[in-house]
Ligand binder design. Structure first.
Ligand SMILES: *Cc1c(COP(=O)(O)O)cnc(C)c1O
Length: 376
């Protein structure tokens, strides 16, 4: 908890549920990523938290941006980002969105299919394009599934096709899955990407860009390796695979920029024992799966939860949201404990909720409002 967030919480000047984000911590995280990977350009993954104060602060620090939609691109431009520093990183884009981005001056686009390439050739002629590889996401707490990416062989063929369509075959990308806790996934993916570079050089195409994606983890309940460990492992792998002819490196961190800069405050709505559940204690909060805590699905992301000022021993609790939907249960198997004295009206803090919370909230499911947002 940063001093700024602690002061805000003490002030009580907010209604719950609320999410407060310390922008100084965002800036510090950006600096730490830059220090760990000084040779890589940082493209903040806007989807992690697209709030204007965050984009403004990062643009001021010289961050670049990875955007997934035309709406995110407009938000980056409104924050003062130069269109030449925005990557349209979604491999699934409406042609109208590609055309508008291209008109704005966005030059860099992702793809992973021939069909998307055809759209790019039409709507963004002459643009720089990079092909997303499908790589192992083992070790990631929040994998991005098989929804994106293609094989190295297919990527090679598509990048040749890109040239023939009048686009600039610029490089390759991958994403090792979010909250990736091991460096091995990056190592394997970098070696795969280097093969595409080698294959294409033999065909007279010089790729420039190696986009390493996001995935860098933050500490929730369990320790994770520090960002320096990732930086060192990535640079060692890049040097091993590329020798002296290093490509332009790019990272797209989201969670690692904003995750630990935020805290959520929630009010306990009910705490009771459920006879039907073997007498287990259930604690219902005014924030839940539909209030932004979507990454608790499968108990994948396990937030630290505390109840400051509530004395007494902690005992096991199932933790659920306020809605009438049966899936609105955050944790029942992970083994959470909360003070046994916790009762309706008390407040709990859900830590490190700066990423993938505010925009995951539904607009009033069951009438419950999304969390109020505060940027400090
Ligand atoms: C979501 C996403 C990111 C950010 O991932 P983090 O795990 O939050 O760092 C980066 N790049 C792409 C293409 C993404 O979809």
């Amino acid at each position: 908890m940063t001093p700024k967030l602690a002061r805000f919480l003490d002030s009580g000047a907010y209604a719950t549920p609320a999410v407060a984000v310390d922008l100084d911590r965002v800036a510090a995280n950006f600096a730490a990523l830059h220090a760990a990977l000084p040779d890589a350009a940082i493209y903040y993954a806007v989807k992690a938290n697209p709030a204007a104060p965050i984009l403004d602060r990062l643009a001021g620090l010289g961050s670049r941006f990875d955007a997934a939609s035309i709406e995110e691109i407009r938000a980056c431009l409104a924050a003062g980002a130069d269109p030449g520093t925005i990557s349209f990183g979604n491999t699934v884009k409406k042609q109208s969105a590609i055309a508008e981005a291209h008109e704005h001056g966005v030059e860099l686009f992702a793809f992973d299919s021939g069909e998307e390439l055809a759209k790019l050739a039409q709507a963004a002629p002459g643009a720089k394009v990079y092909c997303r590889l499908s790589v192992s996401q083992s070790g990631a707490d929040w994998p991005l599934s098989r929804k994106f990416g293609t094989s190295a062989d297919h990527a090679r063929d598509l990048l040749i096709e890109a040239r023939d369509l009048g686009l600039i075959p610029h490089g390759v990308s991958f994403h090792v899955g979010s909250q990736q806790t091991g460096v091995g996934a990056y190592r394997t993916a970098i070696a795969q990407a280097a093969m595409v570079f080698t294959d294409l050089r033999a065909r007279g195409i010089d790729l420039r860009l190696l986009n390493l994606g996001g995935g860098f983890p933050i500490r929730y309940r369990e320790d994770v390796p520090p960002i320096e460990t990732f930086g060192e492992a990535i640079m060692a792998s890049v040097r091993a695979a590329f020798g002296n002819d290093l490509p332009d490196l790019l990272i797209e961190p989201g969670r690692a920029v904003v995750g630990d800069a935020g805290v959520a405050v929630s009010e306990v709505v009910l705490a009771c024992a459920r006879a039907e559940d073997g007498g287990r204690r259930w604690v219902y909060l005014d924030i839940g799966r539909f209030g932004g805590l979507a990454e608790t699905e499968g108990e994948a992301i396990r937030y630290r939860i505390s109840a400051p000022g509530i004395a007494g021993a902690a005992t096991p609790a199932v933790i659920a949201g306020p809605s009438c939907d049966g899936v609105d249960v955050m944790y029942r198997d992970t083994g959470y404990r909360l003070p046994s004295a916790l009762k309706a009206g008390d407040r709990v803090l859900i830590h490190d909720t700066g990423a993938y919370v505010t925009t995951y909230a539904s607009q009033g499911f069951n009438g419950f409002p999304p969390p109020q947002e505060y940027y400090l």
